[in-house]
Structure formats: C-alpha cells, structure tokens
Design a protein around this ligand. Structure first.
Ligand code: NAG
Ligand code: NAG
Length: 289
C-alpha cells in the first residue's frame, strides 16, 4: 500500500539530489576560474561568466590561464570550433606546469579548409620530455555544436576523452624508467592562434585573413580535482573529496572503455609516434613497448 508513495518520494528525493549536484557541477564561471592571459581584448568572457570566446585576426590570437593549479584532476571543457575555412588556425586546450622540467597534456585542433576535417593533435610531456604525438580525426563535425573534451590525470594514468570516449591513455610506467606527471601542479590553458607555418597540410595552406576574425567558443569548464595550496596538493594532504572519486581511483580503463579506445585508435588515429620507426632509428620510446 505504501509502496507507490515511497517510490514517488524516493524519485522526488533522487531528482532533487541529482539537480542540486548538477547545479554544483555546472556552475561554470570563467571570470572566477580564469585570467585572460593575452590577446589584447580578443579573448572575451560573456553571459555572466558562462561562455568564453577566443578570437584571432591578422595581428594576434588570444588565450586564457586558470587561476588555480591542480595536482591530479579531471578537467572538462566544451568547445565549438571555427566553422568554414579554419586553415592555418590552431585552437588549444591543455594543462601544463611551469619551468624546464615541464609537464603538459595537450589537445590541439588544427584547422582546415571548408569541408576538410580538423586534425586533433595530442602530446604528453613528462618532466620535460615530449615527442609523444598522436593525431586523430573526429567522428563528427566539431564546428556545428559544442562537444566535451576531457583530460584526466591521477597517480596511475593519464587519459584524454572526446564526448566520454577515450582516445588516448598513458600509464604511469615510472617503474620502467618512464617519467610521469606527479610532482608539479598544472594550470589549465586554452588559446587560439595562427600556426599557418605548419598546421594545415604541413604549412602548405595559409590562413585566409579576409575571413578573420576567427572565433572559438568555450563553455561548461569543470575541474574536479585537487587544488595546489601552500606548496602541496589537497589530494596528498587528504583534505580533498576528490580522492574518493572514480577519476582519481581509476588504475586502468574498464573493459568497455578499453574496447572503445581500441576502436577509436583503429578507426580514427592518423598518426602515432609509437609506430614511427623512421623517427626513432635507435628504437621506439620505452612506453611504446
Ligand atoms: C586537412 O584536410 C586534408 C584533406 O583531407 C588532410 O590531408 C589533412 O590532414 C587535414 N588536416 C590538416 C590539419 O591539414
Ligand atoms: C579568401 O576568402 C575570400 C572570402 O571568402 C575568398 O573570396 C578568397 O578567394 C579566399 N582566398 C584564397 C586564397 O583562398
């Protein structure tokens, strides 16, 4: 007899909980979370902090830097790329530390002529060592709507996701002598700039400035991670709730995500440094084995 009421009540409570969690998670505010780093007015925060636009013209591009630095985090950003002719332009979304032993996890979108596909260029630097490029084609048009690009790094692995699908994983292989990202905090960056020296078909296609300004849109930034405070990570001091979250505890992809990763790499990867034997005549980097 009391079941219907209880079920309703439960449903109601559950939806209230979900809504309040969503409100908490979705409260993006670019004013609060970022500084406009460069671009002299070409980077603009709009809509009460909910939306960021970066623009590029013949004199300059623009870029932002997060106010906080993180040591282990999950970072999500929704991005809508330049439509039409974006050849020569590069939109970036990445996390990086400072100094010469720099750590960095990069996602760069290399523009193209109208109708030709963007290239998603990724790289991972650990303690100053990069040269780990992998490139992909997207399975959708990234210019007609927003899509979610995610970077996670925890003590065990680094991963890059597109709309929840993993495209790249880099495991902690410190025990085999491969440096890992676990000492320096990283800030979040996004930028839009001209790279027509190399970006589109190796630099053969130049940016067409009659079509400027070029604009990339960003929204729903979320950092679910451990903030760096007073010289240490809140993950280490135990004062962060993040250490109980899935992204932090994850040691490897689950089976279904691992299948997705394999499929994406099989169907959509267009360059992998681990297959580039000409580039590494003395042998592929350790982590490729
Ligand atoms: C642009 O499109 C051409 C033709 O499909 C392709 O060869 C190239 O890799 C694409 N991307 C870039 C960044 O040049
Ligand atoms: C540059 O864009 C303009 C306007 O769309 C177009 O008329 C012109 O042909 C383009 N130039 C080149 C070199 O493609």
């Amino acid at each position: 007899m009391s079941t219907p009421f209880n079920t309703k009540c439960m449903l109601y409570l559950t939806s209230v909980l979900i809504l309040s969690c969503m409100k908490f998670v979705l409260a993006t505010n670019f004013y609060r979370d970022f500084d406009i780093l460069w671009g002299n007015g070409r980077g603009n925060i709009l809509n009460n902090g909910k939306v960021l636009m970066l623009s590029l013209d013949e004199s300059s591009g623009s870029g932002i830097q997060s106010k906080r630095a993180y040591m282990f985090s999950r970072i999500d950003m929704q991005i809508k790329l330049i439509s039409g002719n974006s050849a020569g332009t590069v939109t970036t979304f990445y996390v990086a530390s400072e100094g010469d032993k720099r750590d960095e996890i990069d996602i760069e979108f290399l523009g193209n002529l109208t109708g030709d596909p963007y290239t998603v260029h990724t790289n991972i630097y650990t303690k100053g060592k990069g040269d780990r490029e992998q490139q992909f084609r997207l399975w959708f048009d990234p210019t007609t709507s927003f899509h979610t690009y995610t970077i996670t790094w925890n003590p065990f692995m680094i991963a890059i996701y597109v709309d929840g699908t993993p495209i790249r994983v880099f495991k902690n292989m410190e025990s085999s002598g491969v440096p890992y990202i676990n000492e320096l905090p990283m800030k979040v960056y996004a930028s839009l700039w001209n790279a027509d020296q190399w970006a589109t078909r190796g630099g053969a296609i130049k940016t067409n400035w009659t079509e400027a300004p070029f604009i990339t849109w960003f929204r729903n930034f979320k950092a679910r991670g451990c903030v760096w405070m007073n010289g240490e990570s809140t993950c280490n001091s135990g004062s962060s709730k993040s250490i109980n979250q899935d992204w932090y505890k994850q040691k490897e992809l689950d089976l279904s995500r691992n299948e997705m990763l394999k499929l994406v790499q099989h169907k959509h990867m267009v360059y992998n440094y681990c297959n580039d034997f000409n580039r590494f005549p003395l042998g592929l980097p350790q982590e490729c084995h």
